[in-house]
Design a protein around this ligand. Structure first.
Ligand SMILES: *Cc1c(COP(=O)(O)O)cnc(C)c1O
Length: 460
């Protein structure tokens, strides 16, 4: 148990202090306070969490899509301890490096698609995406096309919460609150269930990719620098691309010479059953954003895998690149990431997601398709979305998107399963170490929670 348990505070006291002093991310502060504050999570093991009341919860979200190797991994704690004793911090500025940072760069290049031979480290996914913006614009300036500044992303895409990252992303509520930076544009996502229902899925995939071409023409191809997208859109509602989509996106990027950034923060490190979503969907990105599963969330770390096209220009023509973070290549975070990658490799976790537990999970979830409020189940590997719908036959969605999803999410929390609601899509992204028993437990709980939700809205 942690030293803080020695404080001997009651749950109520912890909650009061938290409410008084702690502003939480993506939270309605006042509403949270009026509901009595936050649930206090005190420990975890494998795919399970425990709260301060001793209640056991199955974590269907692997924290925030990140705890790929599950909780309670001694190897990761030991890697951190040893590195802290040896060298807790040194920077990678001013012609210095550390062994963990250098070795992690080598290891990531080994795992990455061919032609990606460099890494730039950051402390998080948001920071890494800021790095992408800096690199892309620098690249075009060095290539003598400084007017190429615009980066196109997708509506409901999520690339983080710094001002540049939220501008890459397409969350309109974030734009409204914080101001969208100039030089960013967005196209609709390839959401077949919502935007192409009734249309052949392959044809829709081509049409949805075509929105990129339309946007490039609208802006002027000479002004477009890059396109950024998640292989599978995660926080925007688990939007799974039709199988024709990515090849057509790739073709368009090639045709207009624009850089392709794959944000692999969720899809990377085994989530889709390969090392990167780019392998699963046969994407050939120029830049890849990584974070989350890189360290399984045990340490904050992110980065950009840089393909030769961009790296060569920055190296050969760039001079000093005025960019970096105090914690770029942090030795402890890097050591933990290395230990995490070793677990993923040694235990064959990525292959197991691709060939065994992923297909099992997807198959079991699809059994829920017969439920009266389930419109569609989609996903691959250990990432899935269950989109709720009011009337299946009429393809009629619930009014006030998000209301029923939140209801369902709250039922789930009360029934010992962390499942997230994005609008009316229930999202799952469990630790990659889950067994068939865990999956069965999850599916059983989901069915109960769907029943409760359907009863609430009068559909059962
Ligand atoms: C979480 C996430 C980010 C942001 O990462 P942070 O570490 O929270 O800054 C970026 N891109 C995607 C796809 C994400 O899911």
């Amino acid at each position: 148990m942690t030293a803080l348990t020695a404080f001997n505070r009651t749950t109520e006291q912890w909650k009061q202090i938290d409410t008084a002093h702690h502003m939480h991310p993506f939270t309605d502060f006042k509403a949270l306070a009026s509901e009595g504050g936050s649930r206090l999570i005190v420990k975890a093991d494998g795919p399970y969490l425990w709260d301060s009341e001793g209640e056991q919860i199955l974590d269907g979200m692997a924290g925030l899509w990140c705890v790929n190797v599950g909780y309670g991994r001694k190897e990761l704690a030991e890697a951190a301890y040893q590195q802290m004793m040896e060298l807790p911090y040194y920077n990678t500025f001013f012609k210095t490096t550390t062994m963990p940072a250098t070795e992690l760069a080598r290891k990531l290049v080994e795992l990455a698609p061919p032609g990606m031979n460099h890494v730039f480290f950051a402390g998080s996914g948001s920071e890494a995406n800021d790095t992408n913006v800096r690199m892309v614009r620098r690249y075009w300036t060095l290539e003598g096309q400084p007017e190429r500044q615009v980066i196109i992303g997708r509506k409901n895409g999520y690339h983080g919460s710094t001002v540049a990252a939220l501008s890459l992303g397409g969350m309109s509520a974030m734009h409204t609150q914080s101001g969208l930076l100039p030089g960013f544009a967005h196209i609709d996502p390839p959401h077949h269930f919502q935007l192409g229902w009734g249309e052949d899925e392959d044809a829709f995939g081509i049409r949805a990719a075509g929105w990129l071409e339309d946007k490039i023409k609208e802006i002027g191809p000479e002004k477009v620098a890059a396109f950024i997208a998640e292989p599978i859109q995660g926080a925007g509602g688990l939007i799974y691309p039709p199988r024709t989509y990515w090849a057509e996106i790739q073709r368009i990027c090639n045709e207009y010479g624009i850089l392709l950034i794959a944000d692999e923060v969720i899809c990377g490190f085994g989530r889709t059953g390969t090392w990167f979503g780019s392998f699963t969907f046969d994407i050939k990105p120029d830049l890849m954003t990584i974070a989350k599963g890189l360290s399984s969330g045990y340490q904050p770390i992110g980065g950009v895998l840089v393909g030769d096209r961009v790296a060569n220009t920055l190296i050969e023509k760039g001079g000093e690149f005025y960019h970096g973070y105090t914690y770029s290549g942090h030795p402890v975070a890097s050591a933990v990431a290395l230990a995490n990658l070793k677990i993923l490799e040694d235990e064959g976790i990525v292959d197991r997601v691709g060939s065994d537990i992923g297909p099992y999970f997807q198959g079991r979830l699809r059994e829920l398709s017969d439920h009266p409020i389930v419109g569609e189940v989609r996903g691959i590997g250990l990432i899935a979305g269950i989109e709720l719908i009011k009337d299946k036959a009429k393809h009629e969605f619930f009014p006030n998107a998000g209301k029923v999803g939140t209801l369902c999410r709250d039922h789930s929390f009360r029934n010992g399963l962390i499942m997230r609601g994005v609008y009316d899509t229930m999202v799952l992204s469990p630790p990659l170490i889950v067994t068939r028993d865990h999956v069965d437990e999850m599916v059983g709980k989901i069915r109960r929670v769907l029943d409760l939700t359907a009863k609430d809205v009068g559909l059962l």
